[in-house]
Design a protein around this ligand. Structure first.
Ligand code: SAH
Length: 244
């Protein structure tokens, strides 16, 4: 069946995540701050009148960076170590027939920035520039189902320890004095604590130098092993990035 409802983005999401690698795999896992900026055709304060009475919002959005790659009937969820296949509709895969994603985010308030009505949010799992196709209040009595069964994703993923080199520590402290980067330490710890490596890379003794782009900084890190043979992530240094 076809229908003619043309979908146009109502907003753009502004986030510290400048590339897909490193973004948490679901919302609410990292306290990153961001904005939802209304597009000109809906940019009116009346369009969000009353929204501040809700603590959380649903964002419906387009996985715009993946549309060109199409979709497949089955996918290999990272949760299953990338070995087992599930149907696309049995997963939150970002490669979907209509490329639509949905995330619950925390709402902090409504602000006006450079003539744009913006919703200040946190906890989003979206890359900077993601087109938002709808915004709705989260309604606990109906949206929160306490005895729901979460299949392969029943619990939040386990966290890995994150340790800073002396150099990285000093850099983070210096950056944190600037307003843009006040939450940088929390952000780095939250993002890397998820161990963003793809499942197939999670073999022991991984020597690779990794990089995640947060704000306009590239954060370099690698895997390390402590005296008890426990793996952790060592943050090496921060450099001004290409994506800023
Ligand atoms: N909560 C959403 C998204 C889950 S997948 C849902 O269930 O529908 C989250 C991943 O989407 C992130 O880790 C990131 O890699 C990817 N992502 C975020 N924004 C994207 C975008 N605009 N285009 C393509 N992939 C995106």
């Amino acid at each position: 069946m076809t229908f003619t409802n043309q979908i146009v983005a109502v907003a753009t999401c502004r986030t510290p995540y400048k590339q897909k690698f490193g973004i948490p795999r679901q919302p609410g896992l990292v306290e990153a701050r961001g904005y939802v900026e209304l597009e000109p055709h809906v940019n009116h304060i009346d369009a969000v009148r009353g929204i501040e009475q809700y603590s959380h919002l649903w964002l419906l959005f387009c996985f715009h960076e993946n549309l060109a790659q199409g979709w497949k009937t089955t996918v290999r969820p990272p949760r299953l170590g990338g070995n087992e296949k599930l149907g696309v509709f049995a997963t939150r895969s970002t490669f979907r027939p209509n490329g639509i994603g949905q995330s619950v985010v925390k709402l902090h308030g409504v602000v006006q920035r450079k003539g744009k009505v913006c919703l200040e949010i946190s906890g989003m799992d979206l890359v900077d520039g993601t087109p938002i196709i709808d915004i709705k209040p989260y309604i606990p009595f109906s949206d929160s189902i306490t005895d729901a069964v979460g299949g392969i994703a029943q619990d939040a993923p386990k966290l890995i320890s994150v340790v800073y080199s002396d150099n990285a520590k000093a850099q983070i402290e210096r950056y944190a004095q600037q307003e843009t980067y006040t939450d940088l330490a929390v952000l780095i710890r939250g993002v890397l604590g998820q161990d963003p490596r793809p499942a197939y890379k999670k073999a022991k003794d991984d020597p690779k130098l990794y990089q995640v782009a947060l704000y306009d900084l590239d954060v370099f890190w690698q895997m390390a092993v402590d005296n008890n043979d426990q793996e952790y992530i060592l943050v090496l240094e921060l450099k001004p990035g290409k994506c800023g």
